[in-house]
Design a protein around this ligand. Structure first.
Ligand code: HEM
Length: 398
């Protein structure tokens, strides 16, 4: 997609943004020991077959790479397979309903206006710091029931977990990778302790918030154990903001790169949801998902042995010319647009309705308040360095 690559300084690691890929749909990378899945039908096959492609990736991480007993992934919903996954998903879905999300619309609009007003008073808008970061984090904190004034802490943890450029490798751990893992454990432990404190308080004193609904949620007479409540709250706190931050930044970037599409969307606001979907396809925030093979698998013409790590590159599959015509173009009216940005199958993103709502509300308000919506050529856009997360980390509006 030449427009975005030519206009902005896209880092090397976002290789899929640099034109369409011509290699095979599945490739083994001997440097990392990981099987990379790039094709759309192949990605669909992996995500649709949890019996062969397990979400438990820790089982294939060589022993000793992650210090044992340092952190627990118990109840970490994205890492669990059926049948346990179905039970946990049912439990948390009963607490995180569509109605809970839909009722947030006026609050999301109010927070967006407040944040934009504050930025105007300061004299300019850096989209990520002033809106795209704080909006989803305030929303998810309010929803969970943790003080949104603690968002400096959440940012510190999220930055420590995601703002790194190290490539994952299963081969001999390098000193750099070791340092990286250690640096990840600290914020993880702090976050767990923080949320455990809040969950314990809700058990003693229930409130009208999601954390209380999680500690009280019951399926077949069973409640979630404490560690699972904490780990689910971690997923919500992390997944609930960093990805949506990227969605907002990336959508503004797409509208900046394709001004004629911005005009169309501006003229017909019914296209706003389609613009969000197309941004998710073209500039997929969660660019890659991990899986591990439970048995030998045939995929895209190759045979993958059992107990291998597989990376499904959603960001590349979403640009597979076998599935999407003119895949490098930003086309908000694209119909159908079966992108994989929220995953597929049993782990399909639980927060998709919230992310879509935040995206729609914020984008409509940005279009109302900024005409045109343009990046500042004097202050180049900067990107998150993490290879598997694609998003802007600094975007100043002109
Ligand atoms: C799962 C992407 C926003 C909560 C996922 C998965 C993807 C994804 C790709 C599938 C993971 C897998 O199959 O291994 C995104 C993107 C978002 C977003 C691109 C924003 C643009 C949110 C929000 C929340 C959330 C706002 C919550 C408030 C979750 C949860 C799961 C999940 C709980 C796990 C579901 C399961 O394992 O059953 N998300 N997400 N996400 N997401 Fe999101």
């Amino acid at each position: 997609m030449t427009d975005i690559v030519e206009r902005y300084d896209i880092p090397e690691q976002f290789f899929w943004l640099r034109g369409s890929r011509s290699g095979p749909p599945v490739e083994f990378d001997s440097a990392t020991g990981i099987w990379n899945v790039y094709g759309y039908p192949e990605a669909q096959q992996v995500l649709g077959d949890p019996a062969t492609f397990s979400s438990d990736t820790m089982r294939v991480v060589p022993k000793g790479m992650i210090p044992e007993g340092e952190f627990s992934l118990e109840g970490f919903i994205t890492q669990i397979d059926p049948p346990e996954h179905g039970k946990l998903r049912k439990l948390v879905t009963s607490a995180f309903t569509r109605k809970v999300v839909a009722d947030l619309e006026p609050r999301i609009a109010a927070i967006t206006h407040e944040l934009l007003d504050a930025a105007r008073e300061r004299g300019g808008l850096e989209l990520v710091t002033d809106l795209a970061y704080p909006l989803p984090v305030i929303v998810i904190a309010e929803l969970l029931g943790v003080p949104s004034s603690d968002r400096g802490l959440f940012k510190q943890w999220a930055d420590a977990l995601f703002q790194r450029d190290a490539k994952v490798s299963l081969n001999e751990p390098s000193e750099e990778q070791d340092r990286d893992i250690q640096a990840t454990l600290k914020p993880w432990k702090e976050m767990s302790a923080y949320l455990a404190g809040h969950a314990a308080e809700r058990r003693r004193q229930p409130r009208a918030d999601l954390l209380t609904r999680l500690v009280e949620a019951e399926v077949d007479g069973e409640r979630l154990p404490d560690q699972q409540v904490v780990n689910f709250a971690i997923v919500l706190l992390l997944a609930g903001h960093i990805t949506t931050t990227m969605l907002l930044g990336n959508t503004v970037l797409c509208l900046d790169a394709f001004p004629e599409q911005q005009e169309k969307v501006r003229a017909d606001r019914a296209l706003v949801p389609a613009a969000i979907e197309e941004s998710l396809r073209l500039f997929t925030p969660f660019a890659a998902l991990g899986r591990s093979t439970m048995r030998e698998a045939q995929l895209g013409g190759v045979s993958i042995p059992a107990d291998q790590m597989v990376m499904v590159w959603l960001g590349v599959a979403n640009r597979d010319p076998r599935q999407f015509a003119d895949p490098g173009a930003f086309t908000p009216g694209r119909d159908p647009n079966p992108h994989l940005a929220f995953g597929r199958g049993i782990h399909f993103c639980l927060g998709a309705p919230l992310a879509r709502l935040e995206g729609r509300v914020a984008l409509n308000i940005l279009l109302d308040r900024f005409d045109p919506l343009r990046t500042d050529p004097e202050d180049p856009v900067k990107f998150i360095p993490t290879p598997t997360m694609a998003g802007v980390r600094r975007l100043t509006l002109a």
